[in-house]
Design a protein around this ligand. Sequence first.
Ligand code: SF4
Length: 343
Amino acid sequence: MTQPDRKIDIKDLLKEKLAEGFAPLGAERFRATQVLDWVYRRCADDFSGMNNLPAGLRRTLDEKFYISDLEVVRKLESKDGVKKFLFQLEDGEKIESVFIPSKSTSTVCLSSQVGCKFACKFCASGKTGFVRNLRPAEIINQALFFRKNKYHVTNIVLMGMGEPLDNYDNVLKAVRILNAPYGLGVGQRKITISTCGLIPGIKKLAKEKLQIELSVSIHSPNDKTRSILMGVNNKYPLKDLMEACRGYAKQTNRQITFEYVLIKGLNDSKKDAQDLAGLVKGMLAKVNLIAFNPVDGLDYVPPGLDCTRMFKSALDRKGIVSTMRNPRGADIEAACGQLRLRH
Ligand code: SF4
């Protein structure tokens, strides 16, 4: 699969931009609505079958634009219903997406970059370094793949490979198209952007007037351990990060979710829980506890169930809202980057 020379990927454009581009082609603006209906609702992969458009316009569109797609390289299915896909992009790079069904929702986890610059210790994506940002179309195509293949998707999380706020403009454009009625029509409150704590991105996002969910990976309440786990903490330490998060919650009036991966003997003590409570207290926030999902080549192990319960109770006692998420798809390497690493 190669990118056609000099053609524009139609899924890289917001509707307004596409409509602007139609005027010089001699086409009315409403034609953009028709084209996007084919692209996103009917999942068309070329212009020739768009039979409500004049034949001349179809030919012109074919000269100027193209409709990209992803190629499935591998699919893994977990005993708990989680399905993981390895996709190949036009330049041969590979990314992963995961489908996570539950009783009431079906979530897809999308990648935002090929590889990642941040090399968090517990994550497979950071192990091979950063390759490139994904274009908006490449992010959207992951979600569209599930629509095309009749998966019922209620929620989207940008928690796969890559740091979404490090690819800010493309991620935001993709989010707007995923949310738009002409796009995938997923409600803003059903779309989550996660970050390892990039303060400039959090501040910028606070001004976007979006109702999306923000999820911040915290993983330790002290700078020493957090810097061991997440190198980004050296640049954006906890004090500054929490200040930015408080600002975000105040400005948007939206709750922040703090992700906390529990690793045995490293960040799972009662004191860690109490210190975490101290950081989050008074903020419109909740904590999401996740037991570590083992990664090849790392010595970290998940804590026992007793320890996880103790950690949660300590947060409860301090009045901090928290949830305990079971790791899903552990039997199919569902933590981000693990499948690509194998390839
Ligand atoms: S956890 Fe996120 S930010 Fe950290 S290395 Fe993995 S993908 Fe990158």
